[in-house]
Ligand binder design. Structure first.
Ligand code: B12
Length: 146
């Protein structure tokens, strides 16, 4: 699969992205890694150009629950990319294991899946494997963010 990998606009951490890129590539996926501090609109525009099968967001600086929600609303508001399956993971707040409480809000904002700190990164592969590759927009998440 073709994966668009990114973090949120405030987040300058990089090794989480390097780790995920290697994990995904070793599993046979093609990865476009946008690197740190990605403005929402850059992610939306890159998604339009690259037509990825999935968007994977990682954030560890503690702002992920806020910036991530804003980012996915921008994705779901764009008619060209709103159908793309998207997940977010990492340290999404500054509350350790209690960050799991942000999962509901991030899903309500438009993410299909949320991985919190305790999640096994290997589950990412399972999530991707369950996605229909190249599914038509009307078959995937088209109802999200109306
Ligand atoms: C290096 C580092 C920095 C460097 C980053 C340099 C760079 N270019 O990457 C610098 C100095 C810039 C930095 C800055 C800051 N940092 Co910093 N940083 C770290 C540090 C020490 C290591 C991070 C790292 O590289 N880890 C290695 C990677 C491979 O692991 P990882 O990031 O944890 O990712 C793993 C998992 O989280 C998971 N994962 C992550 N994302 C995803 C996504 C999915 C889908 C999945 C499945 C899994 C997953 O998989 C990865 C591999 O196991 C951590 C502390 C620590 N020991 O973790 C703090 C830490 C992340 N930083 C922190 C903070 C607060 C900051 C600052 C806000 C500090 C400040 N007051 O300025 C700033 C924020 C800057 C910004 N704008 O984002 C906090 C975050 C607190 C929280 N969320 O609870 C941490 C945890 C330190 C702490 N204990 O307080 N930081």
């Amino acid at each position: 699969m073709r994966i668009l990998l990114s973090t949120v606009s405030s987040d300058s951490h990089t090794w989480n992205l390097v780790f995920l890129q290697l994990l995904l590539e070793e599993s046979g996926h093609e990865v476009v890694n946008l690197g740190p501090c990605v403005p929402d609109q850059l992610l939306v525009e890159t998604a339009r150009q690259e037509c990825p099968d999935a968007i994977v967001i990682s954030s560890v600086n503690g702002h992920g629950h806020l910036d991530g929600a804003r980012l996915i609303r921008a994705v779901r508001a764009d008619r060209d990319v709103r159908h793309i399956p998207a997940l977010i993971g990492g340290k999404l707040g500054i509350r350790g294991n209690d960050n799991i409480e942000y999962a509901r809000g991030l899903k309500d904002a438009g993410f299909d899946e949320v991985f919190t700190e305790g999640s096994d990164p290997e589950r990412l592969g399972d999530w991707l494997a369950a996605l229909p590759v190249g599914a038509a927009p009307q078959l995937l998440g088209a109802e999200v963010g109306q």
